[in-house]
Structures are given as structure tokens and as C-alpha cells.
Design a protein around this ligand. Sequence first.
Ligand SMILES: [Zn+2]
Length: 211
Amino acid sequence: MTDSDINPNEWVACESCDLMVRLPELREREESECARCGQVLERSQPDSLRRTLALSIASLLLFVVAQTTVFMSFELDGLVQDAWILTGIRALFLDGKWALASLILFTAVVAPLLWILSLLYIVVPLRAGRTPPRIASAMRFCALAKNWSMLEVFLLGVLVTYVKLTGVAKLGIGPGALSFAALMLVSTLAGVSFDARLVWGLVWDRSGARS
Ligand SMILES: [Zn+2]
């Protein structure tokens, strides 16, 4: 066996005991465990590419609806005011709370969008039988954007605000808020379906087939 025959994607270090383990091919609903400590190393993701593609497209649509429709409405003394996600962020900017506004803008809007787009950038060409250009950078970028995407933290903040304001004003939940909650669930499922090892395996096979 030469170095070029060894697929580095097949080897992982156990997160629990650092044993280097060669991962076996998994069939549907199978998982591999560390031989020394029993830590689960990998679970099979059936139909990973197709599911990730469908869930990423759904996430993108939900993202657009969440950003462009009314998130919440407030009624106080007969006066009704609608609020979008960006309305709240803009108010924080105008209020001089730059750091908080930038953090919310990045973690609840920019990073989730970049994450969904990078998933599509990787999965669409692979489904069509091609390897996307600069796949290694795209995979790193995708993981980074996923780490910074904090939809659940934003939603938790909204829930706290909602509870606090219910005694003061009459609040209405808009389609934007419902889409945002659905986006959180669907994008989480997209992340679970995305199988990085499968992607690297496909890229490895195709680069091997070309040479
Ligand atoms: Zn182990």
C-alpha cells in the first residue's frame, strides 16, 4: 500500500480516548464505536445529500420569509406598530448600541444566511455529479458559519421580551416569527443531515478517478 492509497478521511481520532480508528463503511442506521472506550464515532446519515439539499432550500425560503414579513406587532393605546427583524436591529444601532446590534445582525442574520448558502454551494454540484471549486475552503467556511449561526439564542431573547411585554402592550406574532422558528428547526435538521465524511469521500473518489 502506498501513501496515495490511504484515504485520510477514513481515519479519525476518538474524541474520548484519542485512539486512531479506521472507520468502516456504514449501512443505513448503523453506527461505529471506538473499540477501546465505546464512544460513538459516527452515525450513518441515510440519503444525506438529497435530504441536505431539500432542507437547505427550505431553510433559504424560510429565511427570506422571516426577514421580509412582519415579525411581531405591538398595540398600545389603540396604536399598532409592526416590527421586522431588521427593525429591532436598526433601533439598537440608532440607540448607539453598536456592539449588541452588530452581534445580533451577525449571529441571527448574516451567519445563518452564509451557512445555508455554503451548504447549497457544496451540495448542489455534488448532487449533479461535480466537485465544487475550492471545496476545502468551502467546507471550512461552512463549519465556521454554522458555529456563528445562533438562531436559537435570538429566538430565546424574543421569547423573554415577549413575556416581559405582554403586561404592557398587546402583542401579535407575525408570519416572520413563525418562519423564523421553522427556520431554526429546518436548518438544524439540514445540519444533522449534512455528512462531512460522505462529502470528503465523494471528493476523494472523484479526485482519484481523475488521476
Ligand atoms: Zn475511544
